[in-house]
Design a protein around this ligand. Structure first.
Ligand code: HEC
Ligand code: HEC
Length: 326
């Protein structure tokens, strides 16, 4: 199934003057499995032409889209790193194999293993603010949360509710089992050859006029130790199907695993669920951290054993509370 770079992405790149974007590159993506629901999320052109959408609703959806693309406008309010939602959910959250976000609107409320209770769409969005953006979510029920939720819901237009056999969902195409031969050194080499020219030799990406052109992959500007992307399999699948930008599918599976291990063996802000001890936190959230390098020893240091929460002045946002129905 060929995929083309979106015009928005290309404009960003050309605007930066740093990288030469290759437009119209046909890319190699995995095949959909028999029986899977495959969704074609609507585009902003569809939104502008859809007369069944009330103009007031259209404004709210456009506001949500703007928040998703330029999340940095909420720097130090909801977001305390350099990322925008669309940096990981590419094509404005629409692209298959790049964690399309609309399934959250059709499959929630549902039980979520990560926090062991039934989650709403708002709570799922809150999760990415708390971990991937190293921040805190807009208040549940607020105008900002409504706008983001509306954007997700609209992207899901015409998708069946509670259908979970979805083609191109998430980032786990390579499976969860890291191959035994996966190597940090191999990853360092892949990184130097295929990634450093955009993300920087130091992994810190490129920022211009307070906007992220190339997002950082580790350090204070990147996702924290509780983010889904710290799982090596998640990063490996994301990279395999989306990176290097413009040439997705060009790395071998092993190169994707290696470079994912390399990136995720670097320091980043603390997991908001930190107990004060990284090994203990790893154990406590083992169903998640068994896929990460957090709390393991690397170069004589235990990864994640520190009090650095990045630029945010708190560890865990209040929104991340447990919920039960006894
Ligand atoms: C650092 C990368 C990253 C960033 C930035 C990020 N996310 Fe995510 N997001 C993920 C990962 C990883 C998953 C889990 C996908 C999986 O299950 O494999 C996810 C899942 C989701 C889902 C659930 C999708 C589904 O299939 O149910 C939603 C909704 C979502 N993110 C919304 C957001 C929003 C809104 C933002 C910005 C506030 C954001 N994300 C920023 C990495 C990111
Ligand atoms: C031509 C420039 C370019 C190259 C080369 C490139 N990237 Fe990216 N990368 C980007 C851009 C731009 C984004 C954000 C995508 C968006 O916003 O649509 C991104 C996003 C990412 C993300 C998710 C966001 C984050 O900060 O965690 C990861 C992980 C990533 N790249 C890893 C890699 C790896 C690994 C390689 C090498 C195999 C690589 N990239 C090569 C430009 C590049």
């Amino acid at each position: 199934m060929p995929r083309r770079l979106t015009p928005v992405l290309v404009t960003t790149l050309l605007g930066s003057g740093i990288a030469q974007a290759q437009t119209d590159v046909p890319v190699q993506l995995p095949a959909f499995k028999e029986g899977q629901y495959v969704h074609e999320a609507p585009t902003v052109d569809d939104l502008m032409q859809d007369e069944s959408i009330n103009p007031e609703l259209r404004k709210v959806i456009l506001r949500g889209r703007d928040m998703f693309i330029n999340t940095q406008q909420f720097r130090d309010e909801y977001v305390f790193n350099d990322l925008n939602c669309k940096n990981c959910h590419m094509g404005e959250g629409r692209l298959n194999w790049s964690g399309p976000v609309w399934p959250a609107a059709t499959t929630l409320p549902d039980f979520r293993g990560k926090n062991q209770h039934v989650n709403s769409l708002e709570e799922r969005i809150a999760g990415c603010f708390s971990f991937s953006m190293n921040g805190k979510p807009p208040e549940y029920g607020s105008d900002d949360m409504l706008a983001l939720a509306a954007y997700h819901q609209w992207l899901a237009k015409k998708a069946p509710v509670y259908e979970t056999n979805i083609g191109g969902r998430g980032f786990s195409h390579l499976g969860r089992e890291m191959p035994a031969e996966t190597s940090y050194e191999g990853g360092e080499q892949v990184y130097r050859e295929h990634c450093a020219r955009c993300h920087g030799t130091d992994g810190q990406g490129v920022r211009l006029s307070e906007q992220t052109v190339f997002p950082p992959l580790w350090g204070d500007g990147s996702y924290n130790w509780g983010a889904g992307m710290t799982r090596v399999f998640t990063a490996a699948s994301f990279i395999k199907n989306n990176m290097p930008l413009g040439k997705p599918g060009s790395l071998s599976d092993q190169q994707a695993w290696d470079v994912a291990l390399f990136i995720n063996s670097h320091e980043r802000p603390q997991d908001p669920r930190y107990t004060g001890d990284a090994r203990e936190t790893r154990e406590k959230f083992n169903n998640f951290h068994k896929f990460t390098m957090y709390g393991t020893e690397f170069n004589g240091q235990v990864l994640g054993q520190h009090d650095n929460t990045g630029t945010k002045p708190f560890l865990k946002p209040d929104a991340l509370r447990p919920r039960s129905f006894e």
